[in-house]
Design a protein around this ligand. Structure first.
Ligand code: MG
Length: 393
């Protein structure tokens, strides 16, 4: 039996109000795309889907409403924005005041949008620590040697012992952190929320952070984040199957290649059965409907349409989800024509359309020993298996 979780009334505030001008990017870093998603979308998703978090409020900069709405398009029904202040501290206070005005919160997590990869166990540890403390922060030990320097010269070494790097989210009992923000002098040289609380004499617990929670500050951090994002993908598999009838006097398209033959495939589009199977396999891996739900067979705009358009559409759906196509395996089932002589051209064309190396595309063929509709030459069938890698949500 799972243990019954006590409701802790946790609100998360994501601070996304910065202009991010140290990153050298065209727009504030929290709205920059990372694997097809905005940076802000990652931590929003992590917090919003965490079972202990009841509500997520995003503090944005003046004039950032449009960018923020676009960044959180997947959460259009629930995303809640508040405009921030002149600096980070003023922005957090605006967020806290908004929460106080609009609901009830016993606990609050305050998180920087520039830390996109937020593992759920960090949130678990923070909320657990709030059971016994007014504040808790995720920290990591230092691994580099530390020195003090002056005028470009080493002065002396500094012991790493009892030093930690502090990450976010930082977790607080709501009343305590609101009080600290309201009471602490505005020009106190304190850079984070835990510092404010601590300066009031309140004890703050340390919990284990996570290396993935690194903050994106410089453009090089984005390269590193791209790598994490790539590693953080999971394989998904989809299957596609299609059949079209062979009729006399039509061009025969298979896997994007025109093949000289007495018969061609009949259908609303060019009836390229190989491509249709691959499209359904990709859409299946995305759990995103099928070819008919995106390209209705009754819609006149797809009459005689070249099927490569359907395949590039499916490819772009994978890209839009931050995914990549690992592999396609296509089997064409027919008695005639012989597929062997065209196999290399089919692989090359499919790889080109899918924008992947040819080594990741397999095209096979089989007959049905003259059995059934394929065996009688009445039609051609195709089946495909697609393997894609999608961000781990
Ligand atoms: Mg079809």
């Amino acid at each position: 039996m799972p243990s019954v979780m006590t409701k802790k009334n946790v609100v998360a505030i994501i601070v996304a109000a910065g202009s991010g001008n140290r990153s050298g990017l065209a727009q504030p870093k929290q709205y920059e795309r990372l694997g097809g998603r905005a940076v802000l979308d990652y931590s929003y998703a992590a917090l919003s889907r965490h079972p202990m978090v009841d509500r997520v409020v995003v503090v944005i900069g003046e004039g950032q409403q449009q960018m923020a709405t676009k960044a959180l398009a997947a959460f259009v029904d629930e995303a809640e924005f508040v405009v921030g202040g002149a600096d980070r501290r003023a922005s957090v206070l605006n967020g806290l005041k908004h929460v106080e005005r609009t609901g009830r919160a016993e606990n609050v997590l305050i998180h920087d949008a520039a830390r996109p990869f937020l593992p759920a166990p960090v949130v678990d540890r923070l909320i657990e620590a709030l059971g016994t403390h007014d504040g808790a922060i995720p920290v990591l030990p230092l691994s580099d040697t530390l020195v003090r320097g002056q005028d470009g010269m080493m002065v002396d070494g500094v012991s790493r012992e009892s030093l930690y790097r502090v990450q976010t989210p930082q977790a607080f009992r709501f009343r305590a952190i609101l009080q600290a923000h309201l009471c602490c002098s505005a020009d106190a040289p304190i850079t984070d929320d835990a510092g404010l609380l601590h300066s009031m004499g309140v004890k703050v617990a340390l919990v284990e952070g996570d290396p993935k929670l690194e903050k994106l500050t410089y453009s090089a951090d984005f390269d590193c984040a791209q790598t994490i994002q790539t590693v953080d993908r999971q394989p998904r598999t989809g299957m596609g199957f299609d059949v079209h009838r062979l009729v006399a006097g039509k061009p025969l398209w298979l896997c994007g290649v025109e093949i000289a033959h007495s018969h061609g495939l009949s259908g609303h589009s060019d009836a390229d059965v190989g491509i249709h199977a691959m499209v359904d396999a990709l859409l299946g891996a995305l759990a995103d409907g099928d070819i008919g739900s995106h390209f209705s067979p009754t819609d006149p705009q797809w009459r005689d349409a070249p099927s490569h358009r359907f395949l590039t559409f499916a490819r772009d759906r994978v890209k839009a989800r931050g995914g990549m196509i690992s592999h396609i395996d296509l089997t064409i089932i027919c008695e005639i024509p012989r597929i062997g002589p065209h196999r290399a051209a089919m692989r090359a064309r499919a790889a080109q359309l899918l924008d992947i190396p040819i080594q990741r595309v397999s095209v096979k063929a089989t007959t049905t020993e003259k059995l059934g509709f394929a065996g009688r030459g009445e039609g051609i069938a195709a089946q495909a298996v697609a393997t894609i890698m999608l961000p781990n949500l």
